[in-house]
Design a protein. Structure first.
Ligand SMILES: Nc1ncnc2c1ncn2[C@@H]1O[C@H](COP(=O)(O)OP(=O)(O)O)[C@@H](O)[C@H]1O
Ligand SMILES: [Mg+2]
Lengths: 300, 267, 409
């Protein structure tokens, strides 16, 4: 039973990270129908910035929660900046291009960012400092759920609630929903669509950075390539939930995380990544609209 | 009109739903040999959706689409893929022009011959005399059609570089290349100037009357419709609200209320 | 002028900010030391300033050429030098002749090492031409193309282990056919997917293939790979390594020629036109009577065929294979070859393959930046020259007015 609970908790943890990253995919896809292939790289850059900030702060004598908070904040700011710049360079000039052009551009951007970090930092794995301390009150159940896992669950939950509120109640949220429904119409009624797109990228990037920092601290090491698998899995989660659908991304992330964790725990972990890809392929083939999405017919 | 004319297309109670929206609601329509039939109605009436159902692009929710090809077997074509429908002999054009932009004008028409030619992958690699002959025939037929629509001089241009009106005519030539017995034209005059529309008018009549290809036509240009159609169907909010000869339609109060009043102005 | 200067400076400062933590700071979390590389900051500033000006200039130019194209209403805006070279027999005949001489003499002038690299480049030429069928002509973005390459390589390695009697020459077509078979099997379920989803699913297939090869030890020897794969044979004659390499080189040249011949014929045929129509507009294509399933599958299968066949070559050249030769990176390289060369353009793809594979080998300094540059190339090509270095020129046909048939309807 404990084993199951442990798997369940680690599944939830993974799942909430997938969900955090998946939100970025889903929001961008919802608005400009682009698979932002470089989104995983933003997540990776978030983790790297946090690592660097944490490293510098440790050396200069900071400790405890102040490191976590500062590293997280700066990582979020940088991820936002990278996401914004990425969109301006690689996607905005391709607004009216054939559909595959921005996707190829996205793949290029992803390769570029990976290798940029490889060259600027290191090709090796870097040990990531443990930013989350082990809480004393977690002691009795530490064999089932660790402190880091708890922090991940709580932080992701808060982030998602915040996102939901933002989209539901703010002016920008309304503009985002309008743009998602019909970009041309939104532009006609005076919404600055380019700004909405920028903000979408920024929000998605911030969420990805949160995920990156939490994962780095949880797993304990990062390298320039972690964004690729995380990106694919998060995209799987987004598709699973129904791409373009925000609660769907959260649901998809949790389902995928749990399924993966169970499969790794009870079957075999060698094929863990095949599992995610398998889910992705099956969903796209069998129910491309995802769990919560509605099937739409292309207008002719 | 001595004998009862032979039916080519018979659509019965066709219905198409998109989620909660009933875009086409129980529409019955037929087209006979040598006929030019128009389908009119305000924007959003469901005309294009009707075409999409008939040509296999959407699978209708309900209803029956019967095709009686001349010299062929009658068939119910619900659920047929678009290419099967085209192979049976019904070809269409699109309201929002859908040419193969980065192919030449001639190649666009040659695609229309695809379903009437046989060259396989191996054949294309080997290029036997038979294949070369078929290719030559394809080219000749494509040129002949370009001549018909007046685009021979543009044969080697990319389709995307054609002026708007020419693109519409190219769509017609491409559809004609599939050897249809029924041609479905979706707003062929949209965006054309009066001169171009007049030429189109002649072209359609020539295709319909001289070559004996039946035509089902969606069009907003009332003058064109009244000029060339034998019969007219009127749709509104997915429903068929009237049918008859141009005279009957002109004086049908329902139609006047629904459509003609505003339609004549923006035509 | 002043304003644009100010803008460039602002942009440069923005990039200084952006790259600061990654380019300037480097921490060693084990030894607790920080390295500050302030000089990088200067480079970023200067680089960003220059690049921003170039970027604006290029965007301006793009804008203008689009306007011009609209005004001139279709007149071919600019026939690229490359295209002119290709269209004028007087120009390209001597060019081809020269190329042939170079290709023939190449192994006799340079050493084995260089020849071996050239073989690799030619392998990528074939891969590029194969993927060009799927992506360039049919418009099906395949991000897992390397899987078929792996299938071919492993087919040869495994067939050789279990049925050594078959030999290289039977394995070459078998590898191709197995590749094509996988192309059809994998292509079948994804026929209905939209372009971008299809890309992601093929990425999945590619990754799954690699993971399976890595983990299915009994069958594929897993991560340690398969060694002692025989080189191509020549009537059982024993050859020195040099001899075998040169022989492989000539085989590769022949294979490239054969690939060019086949793809060229397909391109301007009923089949090739259907592929292109599918790429241009799927709905219009099926509405004009083209069978979508058949057309897509044939494009998939043919692309995969070349990958499989050249995979056999690859295994024979290396005499050793392991899963690491078949990662997403290889798929990305082949894709950038197609993108850089020009989708659908055979000459473009050949040039791009040679440039992208040979450049890092000869410019060692460049080697580290290889993937960085490939990534940038993909982005920049999409923005500034989506048709590739050498745009695909469409064949034109003569009009035979007298003989046209008028009997239809
Ligand atoms: N693929 C689709 N999904 C949802 N609604 C659609 C789709 N295609 C058409 N509609 C709706 O069906 C109605 C009829 O559209 P259409 O057939 O294009 O009208 P018409 O051609 O007569 O102007 C419209 O309300 C339109 O919005
Ligand atoms: Mg319409």
């Amino acid at each position: 039973m404990d084993y199951f609970l442990e798997l369940f908790c680690s599944g939830l943890t993974r799942g909430s990270i997938y969900a955090l990253i998946a939100l970025g995919y889903t929001m961008v896809y919802g608005i400009i129908q682009l698979i932002n292939f470089a989104h995983g790289e933003i997540y990776m850059i978030g983790a790297f910035v946090a690592l660097i900030v944490a490293g510098v702060l440790t050396i200069y004598g900071f400790s405890g929660f102040s490191i976590l908070i500062l590293a997280m904040l700066i990582a979020m700011i940088y991820a936002a900046a990278y996401g914004y710049t990425l969109e301006k360079i690689a996607y905005q000039p391709l607004r009216n291009a054939p559909r595959l052009s921005p996707l190829i551009s996205a793949i290029g951007a992803s390769l570029f960012l990976q290798n940029y970090v490889l060259l600027a930092q290191t090709p090796d794995f870097l040990p990531f400092p443990q930013l989350v301390p082990d809480f004393a009150f977690m002691e009795p159940i530490a064999h089932i759920i660790g402190s880091s896992e708890l922090v991940i669950l709580v932080t992701s939950a808060i982030s998602m609630v915040a996102l939901t509120l933002l989209i539901k109640y703010t002016r920008m949220g309304k503009a985002m929903r309008a743009t998602q429904q019909d970009m041309v119409m939104a532009r006609l009624v005076g919404i600055n669509v380019d700004r909405v797109i920028s903000v979408t990228f920024i929000i998605g990037s911030v969420l990805a950075a949160i995920g990156g920092v939490l994962v780095g601290s949880y797993i304990g090491q990062i390298n320039f390539y972690i964004g690729f698998m995380a990106g694919v899995k998060a995209f799987t989660a987004a598709v699973l939930g129904g791409i373009g659908n925000i609660p769907g991304a959260a649901l998809g992330g949790l389902v995928l995380g749990l399924a993966e964790s169970m499969a790794a725990g009870y079957i075999s972990s060698a094929y863990e990544d095949v599992f995610a890809f398998g889910v992705l392929v099956l969903i796209l083939i069998l129910r491309p609209a995802g769990l919560l999405g509605k099937a739409v017919k292309q207008k002719v | 009109m001595a004998d009862a004319p032979r039916k080519l297309l018979e659509v019965r109670e066709l219905t198409m739903d998109f989620g909660g929206l009933r875009a086409v609601d129980s529409v019955t329509l037929e087209v006979c040999e040598n006929e030019i039939v128009a389908l009119i109605g305000p924007n959003g009436a469901g005309k294009t959706t009707f075409f999409n159902c008939v040509t296999g692009i959407y699978k209708p929710t309900r209803g029956e689409i019967m095709v009686h090809p001349p010299g062929g077997q009658s068939r119910k074509i619900n659920g047929f893929k678009p290419n099967r429908v085209t192979e049976m002999g019904m070809a269409r054009t699109f309201q929002n022009i859908r040419l193969f932009q980065n192919m030449t004008v001639l190649e666009n028409v040659m695609i229309g011959r695809h379903c009437r030619t046989r060259t396989s992958i191996l054949g294309a690699i080997m290029r036997s005399p038979g294949v070369t002959r078929e290719e030559r025939e394809t080219i000749d037929r494509a040129y002949a059609l370009l001549e018909k629509v007046g685009l021979v001089d543009f044969a080697d241009e990319f389709a995307k570089n054609l002026p708007y009106g020419a693109q519409r005519r190219l769509e017609i030539a491409r559809a004609m290349a599939t050897d249809p017995f029924l041609l479905l034209l979706d707003e062929p005059a949209a965006g054309m100037n009066p001169q171009e529309t007049r030429e189109l008018d002649e072209l359609i009549v020539r295709i319909g009357k001289e070559e004996g290809i039946a035509i089902l036509l969606i069009e907003h240009d009332m003058k064109l419709v009244m000029n060339i159609s034998d019969r007219i169907y009127v749709m509104e909010y997915g429903k068929k609200i009237a049918k008859g000869t141009p005279q009957e339609i002109r004086s049908n109060p329902k139609v006047i209320e629904a459509y003609l009043g505003e339609g004549e102005e923006d035509a | 002028m002043m304003a644009s200067m100010k803008r460039s400076i602002l942009v440069a400062l923005w990039f200084v900010f952006l790259t600061f933590p990654l380019m300037v700071v480097r921490v060693n979390t084990l030894k607790n030391t920080v390295e500050w590389r302030w000089l990088n900051m200067v480079w970023v500033f200067v680089g960003a300033f220059v690049l921003h000006n170039l970027w604006r200039w290029a965007l301006d130019k793009r804008q203008k050429s689009r306007k011009k194209a609209e005004l001139e209403d279709g007149a071919e805006a600019d026939l690229h030098i490359g295209q002119r070279l290709l269209q004028e027999p007087k120009l390209y005949r001597p060019f081809l002749l020269g190329l042939a001489v170079v290709a023939l003499l190449f192994p006799w002038v340079l050493d084995v090492y260089q020849v071996n690299i050239m073989v690799l480049a030619l392998i990528f030429v074939v891969l590029g031409l194969g993927l060009n069928i799927t992506v360039g002509l049919a418009g099906l973005l395949d991000l897992g193309y390397v899987a078929f390459f792996a299938v071919g390589a492993y087919s040869y390695a495994l067939i050789n282990q279990h049925f050594p009697a078959l030999g290289f020459w039977s394995c070459l077509p078998i590898g191709g056919l197995i590749g094509a078979f996988f192309g059809i099997v994998l292509g079948f379920p994804i026929l209905r997917l939209r372009g971008d989803y299809l890309a992601i699913v093929t990425l999945g297939f590619g990754s799954i293939a690699k993971i399976v090869i890595e983990n299915w030890e009994e069958f594929t020897s897993g991560a340690k790979g398969i060694a002692n794969i025989p080189r191509p044979g020549l009537f059982g004659i024993d050859m020195s390594i040099e001899g075998a390499t040169i022989y492989t080189y000539y085989l590769m040249v022949l294979m490239v020629l054969f690939t060019i011949f086949v793809t060229n014929r397909l391109k301007d045929s009923r089949i090739g036109r259907a592929w292109m129509a599918l790429r241009e507009d799927e709905i219009a294509c099926v509405a004009m009577g083209v069978d979508m399933a058949r057309t897509k599958l044939s494009a998939y299968a043919l692309g995969a065929f070349w990958a499989g066949a050249v995979g056999v070559m690859f295994a024979a050249r290396n005499t050793y294979i392991n899963p690491n030769s078949f990662t997403f990176m290889e798929s990305a390289i082949v894709l950038s070859i197609v993108v850089l060369g020009g989708m659908g353009s055979i000459v473009g793809v050949i040039i791009a393959a040679l440039v992208l594979i040979l450049m890092p080998e000869y410019l060692r300094a460049f080697a580290d930046y290889r993937m960085l540059v490939f990534g940038a190339v993909m982005v920049l090509m999409m923005i500034f020259r989506p048709q590739g270095l050498i745009a695909n020129v469409r064949k034109t046909y003569a009009y035979r007015r007298a003989e046209r048939g008028e009997n239809h309807g």
